[in-house]
Ligand binder design. Structure first.
Ligand SMILES: Cc1cc2nc3c(=O)[nH]c(=O)nc-3n(C[C@H](O)[C@H](O)[C@H](O)COP(=O)(O)OP(=O)(O)OC[C@H]3O[C@@H](n4cnc5c(N)ncnc54)[C@H](O)[C@@H]3O)c2cc1C
Length: 319
C-alpha cells in the first residue's frame, strides 16, 4: 500500500487558497512522520511555487479548469487519478466545494470518507472531528487503505519549509466530465411512509433473530393497527429495509406505544424514540439499557413470547 498523501486544492484568484496551503503543510508534516510523497492536484493557473514552498513534491494542474464548473472538473480529475494512484490519504478543504467534490469522489471510488476533520493521526489510523454542535469530539477510524478526508480550516498551520523549484510538475486533462448523472430513481417504501404517523410501532432488533421474527412482529402490528420498525443492527442484517430504521441515522418516531423487541437500547436508537408515548420492552437481558428506560419491561425470549402474544390477540385476549 502507498503511503502517499494527496491534497486536492482550491484557487483564490490565481493563487492557491490559504486553506489549500494549510493542507499542503499538514500533508507534508504527516508524510515526514509516516513516510510518503506529497502531491497536490489543483486547477491550472495556480502559483505552483507557493505549493512547493509549503511542501508539495509533485504539482498536478488540471488543464481547462478555468472554463468549467470547479466542482465538476475537480471531481473528474480526482476520480481518474486517484483510481490509479491510490494514495494512502487524500485531503480536501472542508469548504462547500471541497465537501461536495470529496464525497462524490469517495462514493465513485468506494473509498472511506471522513468529513470535517480537526486532527489526523496516521500512525493510529484515526481522525478527530466535532459532533453534536461542538459539544463532543469523536475519534473515527481512518482505515489503512486509501481514504478521503475533508479538513477544517486552521487544523494545520501553513508553513513555508523549503525552496521552490524542485517539485515535479505535470498537467492532466480529465477524460470525462464530473457531472452527476441520474441513472435511477427509487420510490420510498410506501409502508415506511407511515412510520412517523404510526400510533403503534412493533420494532425489532437483533434479538428477534431474523426475518422469521419480523414476520411475527408484522402480524402483531397488523393486529394492533400499527406497523413495524427496526434497530439499525437489524437493518444492517438485511432483515428489513433501511427506511424502517429508527434512531439517530434513521427516523425519529412519536407513536403512542413503542414495542421494542430484542433491542438493547443504544443511545443512537433511543434518540429516535424520545417522542414515544409509552415504551414497552421485551428482552432476555434484564440489564439491557432499554429495560431501564421502558415504561413496561418484560424479560423473555422473543421466539417464545411473540407466538404466545399473537395467540392471545388472535383469541381476542380470552385464552
Ligand atoms: C453513528 C452511529 C449511528 C447509529 N444510528 C443508529 C440508529 O439510527 N438506530 C439504531 O438502532 N442504531 C444506530 N446505531 C447503532 C447502535 O449503536 C446499536 O449498535 C444498535 O442500535 C443495536 O441494535 P440492537 O439493539 O438491535 O442490537 P444489540 O445491541 O445487539 O441488542 C440486541 C438485544 O437483543 C436482546 N436479545 C437477544 N436475544 C434475544 C431474544 N431471543 N429475545 C429477546 N431479546 C433478545 C439482547 O439482550 C440485546 O439487548 C448507530 C451507531 C452509530 C455509531
Amino acid at each position: 500500500m502507498s503511503n502517499d498523501i494527496w491534497v486536492v486544492g482550491e484557487l483564490r484568484g490565481s493563487e492557491p487558497s490559504p486553506w489549500t496551503l494549510e493542507l499542503v503543510s499538514g500533508a507534508s508534516a504527516l508524510a515526514a512522520e509516516n513516510g510518503g510523497h506529497v502531491t497536490v492536484l489543483i486547477p491550472e493557473g495556480s502559483d505552483a511555487g507557493a505549493l512547493e514552498r509549503h511542501g508539495a513534491e509533485t504539482v498536478v494542474s488540471i488543464a481547462g479548469a478555468a472554463e468549467q464548473p470547479p466542482v465538476e472538473v475537480t471531481v473528474a480529475a480526482a476520480r481518474e487519478l486517484l483510481a490509479t494512484e491510490r494514495p494512502r490519504l487524500t485531503l480536501f478543504p472542508d469548504s462547500l466545494c471541497g465537501r461536495d467534490a470529496a464525497s462524490q469522489v469517495a462514493a465513485a471510488l468506494e473509498l472511506s470518507f471522513v468529513s470535517a476533520c480537526e486532527r489526523i493521526t496516521l500512525s493510529e489510523n484515526s481522525a478527530i472531528r466535532s459532533c453534536f454542535r461542538g459539544q463532543l469530539s469523536a475519534t473515527l477510524d481512518l482505515p489503512a487503505g486509501a481514504a478521503i478526508a475533508t479538513v477544517c480550516e486552521h487544523t494545520f498551520q501553513a508553513r513555508e519549509t523549503r525552496e521552490a523549484g524542485h517539485a515535479e510538475r505535470r498537467s492532466v486533462e480529465p477524460q470525462s466530465d464530473g457531472r452527476v448523472v441520474v441513472t435511477d430513481t427509487v420510490a420510498p417504501d410506501p409502508e415506511a411512509l407511515g412510520l412517523q404517523e404510526a400510533d403503534v410501532l412493533a420494532s425489532g432488533g437483533l434479538g428477534v433473530g431474523g426475518p422469521a421474527g419480523f414476520e411475527l412482529l408484522e402480524r402483531l402490528a397488523r393486529l394492533v393497527g400499527g406497523t413495524t420498525s427496526a434497530s439499525r443492527a437489524a437493518v444492517d442484517q438485511g432483515w428489513v429495509p433501511r427506511s424502517k430504521q429508527v434512531g439517530q441515522t434513521g427516523v425519529s418516531v412519536t407513536p403512542r406505544v413503542y414495542f421494542a423487541c430484542g433491542i438493547s437500547g443504544a443511545l443512537q436508537h433511543m434518540v429516535g424514540i424520545r417522542g414515544a408515548g409509552k415504551v414497552v420492552a421485551l428482552n432476555t437481558d434484564q440489564a439491557a439499557p432499554i429495560m431501564q428506560e421502558a415504561d413496561l419491561a418484560a424479560v423473555g425470549d422473543a421466539a417464545e413470547v411473540l407466538p404466545l402474544l399473537l395467540n392471545e390477540l388472535d383469541n381476542g385476549g380470552t385464552s
